[in-house]
Design a protein around this ligand. Sequence first.
Ligand code: KMH
Ligand code: ZN
Length: 271
Amino acid sequence: MEPLIITVAPVGAEATRQDNPNLPLTPREIANEAIRCAEKGASIIHLHVRDEDGKATQAKEIFQGTIALIKENSNVIIQTSTGGASWMTAEERLQPVELKPEMATLTTGTVNFGEEIFSNPMPMVEIFAKAMVAQGVKPEIEVFEVGMIYNALRLVQKKILQLPLHFDFVMGVPGGIPGEARHLLHLIESIPAGSTWTVAGIGRSELSLGMMAIVMGGHVRVGFEDNVYYTKGVLSDGNFQLVERIARIGKEIGRPVATPEQARRILGLAQ
Ligand code: KMH
Ligand code: ZN
C-alpha cells in the first residue's frame, strides 16, 4: 500500500475558542500549528483563515500571508478551502484559488449542514472547477453525500475535470452521510478505480474512520475543523496531537506517513 497521506484541517470555519482554547486563529498561530503538524507527519494543510475578530473569512490577503508564513518553514502541500462558511457568497469563497495553491477543495453538491444549508448548486460548482483548472489547482472533491461523487463524475463527462480524481469523504456532519463503517464502504465502492481518497470523520468518528482508511488503503484527515477532542470528554492539546496519533497508528499497521514529496507523487501534483 502507498504511504499514508495525513491532511490536517487545523481551524475550519466553525470551531471557536469555547470549543477548544488551543484553536489557532491568527495567521501566525495557524502557520505555527501547520508547521508543527507537518513535523509530526501531515503532508497536506487544509486551510481556512480567520479575520482579526476570529471570524471565518476567505480574504485572499489573509490566505496569502498565512501561506507565506507556512512556506517559510515547511514544504507541506497547501490546500485552500473554497467551502468557506455556509453564509458566504460564491465570489467570497473562490478568492484563494487566485493564489494558485497546489490544491483546493471542491464540494460537488448541496447538503444540510446542522441548522444551515451548505449551498453548492451545479452551475456554481462548474465555475469553481473551471477556475481551479485554469489556475492549475488540483481539486479535492469534498463528498458529504454519495450523490456528490456522481456530480463530480458528471464534470468529468463534460470534460471540465479529468480522472483520476481525489476524493475526501466528509462523514458525520449533521445532515450529511453518517460517520459509520458501512457508509464508508459504500462511498469507496462508488468511486472509479484509480481514484485516491481520504476520510474526514466528524467528532468521534474521526479516529474510527481514520483507522478503517489506513487498513483499506485510503488516507486520513484530522484536525480541529472536524474534531477538537483527543478522547471522549478530553480536549486535544493541539492539532499536532491528533496528527501524531494517526501517524503512530499508521506506522504500526504498515502505513508509514507520506512525505510531502511522496504525497505529491501519489496525487499527481507537480514535483
Ligand atoms: N465550512 C463548511 C461549510 C471546505 O472547506 O471545502 C464547508 C467546508 C468545506 O469547510
Ligand atoms: Zn474546510
